[in-house]
Design a protein around this ligand. Structure first.
Ligand code: CMC
Length: 379
């Protein structure tokens, strides 16, 4: 066996063979099952994209209708899940609430038949269908209100905004939200997907797989960055403050949220699309002062860090879009999770197809053959 060089963060080490998505970080290319993200964003819907990711091919008309109807049917959550969520502290972060609720689905749907395609499909449908309902339910219940039931007349994206804001969304807002979901649906083996794959490789249930991925997505270096971007834009407060704020960051060598990527060394293609979507929203619903701050930030960061390959990533503009759609800041990462469930499920299914439990090795740096010192002799 070759002894490999240790790479912190497993940078550049292949952890699997996969046919789900492809990223070219130098050219800024992202493809799902070979189709460019720019094309999917314009021509597809999130559910069609989820089907493509999980089952490998675009569905025909009938397959798509069946899939959409299955999702619609499974959107409701059991009243006992709702009651359990009501007991969550309202001060808790919605990502923690989502992680707990996703894991709890395993209590209610405990059958496990990982070699049965019908089981795989049912579990995938349940997770895709119920996670938006759980996110919206927690949002309303933490404010002391009842959760809103899903509306069968509305499609996936519109229904989520309806459950969240208690009114039917504007069609442009719903379409833009659907595109956001497509953009966030999959991104090769990032931290949360790797977490899903490791959990999947033990042959546990898919609810545990998704719950572990949700926990991983929550961190500020991963999905949590979109929330931090808005906090940062609010703290900066005006275009004039951008340069002094960034100068402090450069001096302290602190990370600027929404910039940099392990793989992309140019602007993230999803950030480019999200920026266009933000502009469409501002045109229809009014410009947001934070957008001007963001544009200036991007200009200064590019000027200072562009040569190091640090550019805006997906999280930089997504928060501005979500804010305009009426989504509260601490729901940005749960919304990311709603979309990424599609990718996690695709990797779960792929992992099961050729499974071997993940068990990497380590380079041991600790003591050997140490003796036990009785407590009274310890300093
Ligand atoms: N601001 C300032 N400097 C940065 C940034 C940044 N956002 N990102 C990387 N750098 C610098 C870093 O200081 C280091 O410089 P040096 O070589 O002089 O020490 C160099 O670039 C390499 O950085 P790294 O942290 O080793 O890179 P990584 O591949 O381990 O980290 C990252 C990638 C995304 C965690 C990192 O860029 C980062 O922390 N960005 C801010 C958080 C963020 O926006 N996260 C969302 C990522 S995209 C969506 C997702 O994954 O969920």
């Amino acid at each position: 066996m070759n002894v490999c060089e240790y790479k912190p963060g497993l940078e550049g080490i292949p952890a699997a063979q996969s046919s789900i998505s492809y990223v070219d970080g130098k050219q800024g290319i992202l493809e799902y099952r070979g189709i460019r993200i720019e094309e999917l964003a314009v021509k597809s819907t999130f559910l069609e994209t989820a089907y493509l990711l999980i089952w490998g091919e675009l569905p025909n008309k009938e397959e798509l209708e069946t899939f959409e109807n299955e999702i619609r049917y499974h959107r409701r959550i059991k009243y006992r899940i709702r009651d359990m969520m009501k007991c969550f502290p309202e001060t808790g972060h919605p990502m923690d609430a989502l992680q707990a609720s996703a894991a709890a689905l395993g209590l209610f749907y405990s059958k496990r038949a990982l070699d049965n395609p019908a089981y795989i499909r049912e579990a995938a449908v349940r997770l895709l269908a119920k996670i938006p309902t759980m996110v919206a339910a927690f949002q309303l219940m933490r404010k002391g209100n009842d959760a809103v039931k899903p509306n069968d007349e509305l499609d996936y994206a519109a229904n989520f905004l309806y459950m969240l804001n208690e009114r039917e969304p504007d069609p442009l807002a719903a379409r833009i939200f659907d595109i956001c979901l497509t953009l966030h649906a999959e991104h090769t083996i990032n931290a949360s997907t790797f977490s899903a794959m490791v959990t999947a490789s033990t042959l546990t249930d898919p609810y545990a797989v998704v719950a572990s991925a949700v926990g991983t997505l929550a961190g500020p270096l991963h999905g949590g960055a979109n929330e931090e971007v808005i906090t940062m834009l609010e703290e900066i407060g005006s275009v004039e403050n951008v340069r002094p704020y960034l100068d402090r960051c450069f001096e302290e060598k602190s990370k600027i949220m929404g910039f940099g990527h392990r793989v992309y060394k140019v602007k993230d293609p999803r950030a480019t699309i999200l920026q266009e979507l933000a502009e469409q929203l501002f045109e229809k619903f009014g410009r947001d002062q934070y957008y001007d701050i963001a544009i200036e930030m991007e200009r200064v960061v590019e000027e200072r860090l562009g040569e190091k390959g640090i550019y805006a990533n997906v999280d930089f503009y997504s928060g501005l879009v979500y804010r305009k759609l009426g989504i509260p800041t601490d729901l940005f990462t749960p919304v990311f999770a709603i979309a990424r469930v599609a990718g996690w499920l695709a990797h779960w299914k792929e992992q099961l197809g050729e499974n071997r439990i993940f068990r990497p090795t380590q380079i041991y740096r600790g003591r050997r053959d140490a003796s036990y010192t009785p407590i009274k002799e310890r300093m």
